[in-house]
Design a protein around this ligand. Sequence first.
Ligand code: SF4
Length: 734
Amino acid sequence: AAQGDLEWKKGPCRFCGVGCGILVGIKDGKAVAVKGDPRSKVNKGLLCVKGYHQTMCIQSKDRLTHALVKKNGTYVKTPLDEALDLVASKMKETIEKHGKDSVAMYTSGQSTIPEGYVASKLMKGAIGTNNLDCNARLCMASAVAGFLTTFGADEPMGCYEDIEHADYFITWGNNMAEMHPVLFSRMLEQKQRRGAKIVDFATRTTRSSTASDRSILFEPQTDLAVANAICYEIIENGWMNKSFVEKHCNFTKGLTNIGYGLEDKFAFKDKATPIDFEAYREFLQDYTPEKVAKYSKVSVQDIKYLAAIYGDPNKKVVSYWCMGMNQHTRGTWMNNLVYNIHLLTGKISQPGNGPFSLTGQPSACGTAREVGTFTHKLPKGVVTNEKHRRLAAKIWKVPYERIPAKPTYHTTEMFRAVDRGDIKFIWTQVTNPLVSLPKTSRYRPALEKESCFVVVSDVFPTPTSDVADVILPASWHIEKSGIYGNSERRTQHWDQMIEGPGETTPDAWMTIEVAKRMGFGDLFPYSRENHVEEIYEEYIQFHEGKKHGMAPLKALKRKSGVIWPYVEGKSTLWRFNAEYDPACDNGKAFHFYGKPDGKAVIWQRPFEPAPEKPDAEYPFWLNTGRVVEHWHTGSMTRRIPVLHQAMPNAYIELHPDDAMDYGISNGDMVKVISKRGACTMPASINERGLPTKGQVFAPFFDEELMINDVTLDAFCPISKEPDFKKCAVKIEKV
Ligand code: SF4
């Protein structure tokens, strides 16, 4: 259609946490074009390859358009009302027979804010169980735990405008060229325009490395030691910002040798012990560049180079990271350590200076973290805090005693509980755990067991819906109204743009319908037409005030996104800095008000090895991740012909020397084997990425070549986020 024939409607992109603004061209009730929204402050009219083609999957022939109920091993097309009756009655019956904690919901950082909110209200407020967790546990939990332990408040203090101010971008285990491509292009623009520098610190060479000014490689897991060595250099060279540290920081140490969560029902609680600066300095003596260079494989010169960038008082530095640091058995520690660097130098909460944790999913911040679809969370605060439970009970109009004070299952433990038979009903929404969980070789048979009734809401069939007892047909992104929150605390609303096919229905509305059928109708008094707006108005009561105030709906509708805290009609771009943040009220230049004394914490966190390392039998490190063409488990992007053709299948990336040792050529089939399972995939040598010798890499988007059958379900004991980046494997040419 000619551009002039189209009606253009605004919204955020369906895919990553960058949160680009899109304009969708509608003609005759169909989405026929997508372009970047030039008004968006995130992307200024640009999109990546996924963004431009996103609507091309909607019409896919195998779209789930009606509910399907499994009868005698066969899926039978069923009226949605009837399927929802069945879901509600099964959930109710399971609770009556086995108790509240026998039912669970597993949702997503791709759920909208209203979807996450009603899931939390149903589970915690109506039923009275904390059996709610989401796939953001697999990507952002370590970032959350890092923010809370260091600052007492979640989410980045800065915003994307930092890019226009920074002299250096240091990326920690983060292939932004493929994972956050539009932000990376903003960085490249600054590199070209005014000579800003990009330093890539990673375990393999990627497209980001080749576009950087300097690429520094490290041995997996030793980022902990290198970060400590940078702190050592900053202090010993006199680069510490003493006045900032004295006024705004405390020193603390936590427990060490904290395990890896490999056994079921693993329990851990950290203990913080205050220490003084001299004790911290003493601790760092084990992390001289010379000592760390020996096991990190980073040269002394490179460690000193990184430290000197952070230590230069005339250079502004932003650190970016995402899964490399978060999917880490010491992910919380790694987040703490990068904060240490910025706190020691006082390079924080100022334009162009700051640590910036990027999110993977489009609403990992808005839904998973702010609404709080985690077992321990409430829309404001945590279930363990009586004040927070009382506030939730008041807004939800439920008895305070109904909200349990103890968290139950985080993601890995939730699927272990399914395997053990402790969870007998699970409802997944907007997520595909049988491709995305680590060690799917254990959790697929677990979900197949008769002992658990499985409900899956999705847009397309997936390996997870293949094991469901009921499949519910979900609306796609633009077939419903919604609200997302991106990496920079930006909340973005969109109105429904087109009608979905068949009986497709927004997840929020299906949850509400089930709640009503279970007898909780009085708690869910929303209308079908306006439920998104009505839920949002209720939800923002949780976040009033200067520290987390959310924009009113009319501001969201008018603008292409608004950053919280939204105070007196303005977004707060840099938190904790009195110049920009109206919540600072301690009379000082900075106020880390998430902590009772207003001071951030510099944590003493040591290097500890990974739980599984290469050995004589399994001589390679396996790293997993994503590619620019595909969104997570590929259920949408593999149905977009142009993206599928560009990247039709997963592969195993090898270093050319390793390939030669094994007689493997490009395209040969290679079996990757761990103690847990195996996956056979074609070899990729000297193509997109280059692992260092002794390492292999595979993307996880391909449900036909499932690398997560091979990965390990060890996790960070504080955040409970699994480590998808490190386990030991062997390879065989097939
Ligand atoms: Fe969408 Fe992310 Fe690409 Fe932007 S960078 S267009 S948000 S996938």
